[in-house]
Design a protein around this ligand. Structure first.
Ligand code: AMP
Ligand code: ZN
Ligand code: ZN
Length: 416
């Protein structure tokens, strides 16, 4: 009897013990991990080669997500974390110029804050609210957001907000290293452990460009990243770290061939324009005095391509008001490419940047974790809805000037 009382008292003591006396495992708050698999087309998930991702999708929600236009890497990664379409978030292409900064050009390695300050990324909103963040790569995550570039007496950036932990992008860091870096951050003591993490993989996009979306070598890259996601999930379990995982892609991938090229020099005299980014779309600025001649050459019917003045780009693309967008804009039919002249060498592969409604551009979306109900496949939604979802998960107020909203996730995100 004495022993029974002692046993019962012991059980009561465990049940009633303060949180500090419980094993560390139980005390961990869930972390939000936003994973991007660059160029993971939505239907790659149906190929039967992604057991880890499929398991996550089955335990939560998934969708074929519409990227923002143009379906390029930097504009879409910025849309995902700011909730604004490229026309409003300022990253209007992977490469562009800005009349406010003559002589300067944005490239994928530009980290001067002025390129990025048209929209606030979620890690800055979170840091300002006292939520610790860490980024294992993400376009813009190495920028001192809101900071100022000072050029005298030497070039330096002052002020601004970065994630508490961030890494300078390095394509050579392997996916396994990236996963382990995230797990190491989560192994830290609670005071310096992130609550919002980003993780970025480029290999599926790289393979898609080189080999095309339907090549076995692209499937091999997909399967490899799936194993890395499996290692992330296993590592989290090992740590006792609950996580709301949101796995996205920035865009899909379409097959291309040099045989499907639109040479611009056959459409308009190259003396009439300066060509910006070209490929699935082309950005053109008239050379001085040649606006009318360029308009006459571009603004008519073309095979496999349509051109507009920026203010006449169809409204559904939500693109054309930003001063960074060149005065003339041409969009190729999906699978075709616009180039300065006919390519000298034959080539095949894949690319993206096309109409964001093209099925080939649809992007992966999966969310799973303690805050998500199991609802299976959702109807397609826009990628600017992801930032509002992140705000809900982090209990941050919604932005008043966002282009998306959390409607696709209502009744799916559990109220804690
Ligand atoms: P895209 O040309 O649109 O296919 O861009 C994809 C490429 O962007 C990847 O292969 C990466 O090398 C590059 N990239 C991704 N993230 C970053 C980053 N944070 N900084 C610089 N380059 C990046
Ligand atoms: Zn990309
Ligand atoms: Zn790409």
């Amino acid at each position: 009897m004495k022993r029974l009382v002692a046993l019962l008292l012991g059980t009561f003591a465990v049940l009633a013990s303060p949180a500090s006396a419980r094993p560390a495992k139980d005390r961990r708050d869930p972390v939000v991990i936003l994973v991007s698999i660059d160029g993971f087309r939505a239907d790659y998930l149906d190929r039967g080669i992604t057991p880890s991702l499929s398991k996550l999708a089955a335990s939560g929600i998934s969708a074929a997500m519409r990227p923002s236009f143009p379906s390029k890497t930097f504009p879409n990664h910025w849309a995902l974390v700011t909730g604004k379409v490229p026309d409003h978030n300022g990253i209007i292409a992977n490469s562009f110029e800005d009349p406010a900064h003559p002589g300067q050009k944005f490239t994928m390695s530009s980290d001067e804050p002025y390129w990025w300050d048209e929209a606030e990324p979620i890690w800055v909103t979170a840091e300002k609210a006292g939520i610790r963040t860490a980024t294992m790569f993400w376009p813009g995550s190495n920028v001192a957001w809101g900071g100022t570039l000072v050029t005298e007496p030497w070039k330096q950036i002052t002020g601004g907000t970065r994630p508490s932990d961030w890494q300078q992008f390095n394509q050579a860091a392997s996916p396994v290293q990236r996963v382990n870096a995230v797990l190491d951050w989560l192994r830290r003591p609670a005071a310096i452990r992130p609550r919002l993490v980003t993780l970025y993989f480029d290999d599926v996009d790289t393979a898609g460009h080189r080999f095309g979306p339907d090549d076995p070598r692209t499937n091999a890259a997909i399967a490899e990243i799936d194993r890395d996601i499996g290692a992330l999930v296993a590592g989290l379990r090992e740590l006792g770290q609950r996580a709301n995982l949101i796995v996205v892609a920035d865009h899909g991938m379409a097959s291309v061939s040099s045989e499907r090229t639109i040479p611009l020099d056959a459409v308009a005299d190259p003396a009439l324009y300066k060509l910006g980014e070209a490929g699935p779309f082309a950005a053109l600025a008239p050379t001085p005095g040649n606006e009318a001649a360029l308009a006459a050459a571009l603004l008519k019917a073309h095979d496999h391509m349509q051109c507009w003045r920026k203010q006449d780009i169809p409204a559904r693309l939500r693109y054309g008001t930003n001063p960074r967008i060149a005065p003339f804009f041409c969009l190729a039919e999906t699978g075709w490419q616009i180039s300065a002249k006919l390519p000298a060498k034959a080539s095949t592969g894949g690319t993206h940047g096309y109409d964001n409604a093209a099925p080939e551009m649809a992007a992966l979306f999966i969310a799973s974790g303690p805050d998500f109900a199991k609802r299976g496949k959702l109807a397609p939604f826009d990628n600017v809805d992801v930032a509002p979802l992140l705000r809900d998960l982090l209990k941050l107020p919604q932005a008043s000037d966002g282009d998306g909203n959390d409607a696709p996730f209502r009744n799916i995100v559990k109220q804690r």
